[in-house]
Design a binder for this molecule. Structure first.
Ligand code: S3P
Length: 433
């Protein structure tokens, strides 16, 4: 088990390019594999999660070549996947297992999906239920992985009202809908990331979007294209917070995805008073990009609007560090979903903040954080192998007078393999041991 020692640092500068978006990288492999023709992907995230998806599709007979962040997928068409020889191991990746269960529920063959210790504890009922309604046959370990999917079913299109605002569940149902008889429609209680819908359209598949309802008709085909993956706003968020809390900072994050279903963290940091501006906004392959400049900021505590929660769902660990360095109290509610991410991100962050002397109160669906200053740590921070917890506390070092130790940082490799290197290039002092 590896750990970070993050030593005090107080300035940050430079133009930084963070790696490709994880959600888009996963979808590029899944949809590229199901397309007719060759899909060339650039800017692919070389993190373990996206690689789990890549290996799973290779195991189902798709020829996929990778040279660094360039990937060539020789699509097999919508019905071209082959039965894998053994269970597909999706490691730590919730996106892989939830989206792929939609595709695999509709195949002619049986298969089994497994994951690591964290993934094996995560709820899968949210995808199993709608898939069963469509006619899928899936066995689980009391609603958790492993998932055993029996192939050879004829799926039927359904109208599904998502009980939780989840892009993974929406995508799972729409992907199963590609194979279903008739129309499949999903309504979402609040907007969630729409990369699946955008990429399907980019590959020539009609998706009808009307307000909070998305529909498609089964039985169509996907046509290969080029996919350029923009930089991940979730990885960028660590540097946004780092620059905002750092006494001396001026950084620019290049080519970041600013899809409006992902920009909650920008809105939250701006409400807190962050000195953050967007420039060079452009559209590439159906996704919006911008260069984001952030300078040192005087942050103030806020009540986070609940409408921003699904739009910033992965960025809250970093936002909690910003809240710890703000004047006054920050209150988050309506964020129960954080309890079922790679770890219980409310409790695990609260425990780490307490070790750094930050007053906080855990709520059932959120947290209250009293801004203050980080004190001499009273122990080692446990990240519970959650990549985003590890990186968030590393960023806190910009306002610490003592080194911080963060345990269980191995899973940073799932989403941001060069995090330590890039952080140190910008001015932080993190070592991994
Ligand atoms: C993702 C959706 C979100 C997010 C996850 C990636 C996706 O999960 O937390 O990191 O790629 O669709 P939920 O849909 O469970 O909110």
């Amino acid at each position: 088990m590896s750990k970070f020692i993050a030593s005090p640092a107080n300035s940050l500068s430079g133009n930084l390019k963070v790696p490709g978006d994880k959600s888009i990288s996963h979808r590029s492999i899944m949809l590229g594999s199901l397309s007719n023709g060759i899909t060339k992907v650039s800017g692919f995230l070389e993190g373990e999660d996206a690689l789990s998806t890549l290996k799973a599709f290779q195991a189902m007979g798709v020829k996929i070549e990778r040279e660094g962040d360039n990937v060539t997928i020789h699509g097999v068409g919508i019905n071209g996947l082959k039965k894998p020889e053994k269970a597909l191991d999706l490691g730590n990746s919730g996106t892989s297992i939830r989206l792929m269960s939609g595709i695999l529920a509709a195949q002619a063959f049986d298969c089994e999906l497994v994951g690591d210790e964290s993934l094996s504890k995560r709820p899968m009922g949210r995808v199993i239920n709608p898939l069963k309604e469509m006619g899928a046959v899936i066995e689980s370990n009391d609603g958790k992985p492993p998932l055993k999917i029996t192939g050879g079913q004829n799926l039927k299109g359904i109208q599904y009202d998502l009980p939780v605002a989840s892009a993974q569940v929406k995508s799972c149902v729409l992907l199963a809908g590609l194979y279903a008889n008739g129309d499949t429609c999903v309504t979402e209680p609040a907007p969630t990331r729409d990369h699946t819908e955008r990429m399907l359209k980019g590959l020539g598949y009609e998706v009808r979007v009307n307000d909070n309802k998305m529909c498609l008709t089964g039985g169509g085909e996907l046509t290969a294209t080029q996919i350029q993956v923009p930089s991940d706003i979730s990885s960028s968020a660590f540097f946004m917070v780092a620059a905002a809390i750092s006494p001396k900072a001026d950084i620019t994050l290049l080519g970041v995805n600013i899809n409006p279903t992902r920009t909650g963290v920008i809105d939250i940091l701006k409400l807190m008073g962050a000195n953050l501006t967007l420039a060079n906004e452009r559209e590439i392959g159906g996704e919006l990009l911008a260069d984001i400049r952030i300078q040192s900021s005087k942050l103030k505590g806020i009540q986070i609007p609940e409408s921003l929660v699904p739009l910033a769902i992965d960025e809250f660990p970093a936002v909690f560090i910003a809240a710890s360095c703000a004047t006054g109290e920050t209150i988050l509610t309506g964020a129960k979903e954080l309890r079922v991410k790679e770890s219980d991100r409310i409790q695990v962050m609260a425990d780490g903040l307490s070790i750094l002397g930050i007053e906080n109160q855990v709520l059932e669906d959120g947290i209250k954080i009293q801004g203050g200053s980080f004190k001499k740590p009273t122990g080692i921070i446990e990240s519970h192998h959650d990549h985003r917890i590890s990186m968030s506390f590393a960023v806190a070092s910009l306002r610490c007078n003592y080194p911080i130790e963060i345990n269980g940082v191995d899973n940073v490799m799932t989403s941001f393999p060069n995090f330590v290197n890039l952080s140190n290039t910008a001015g932080m002092a993190i070592t991994e041991i």
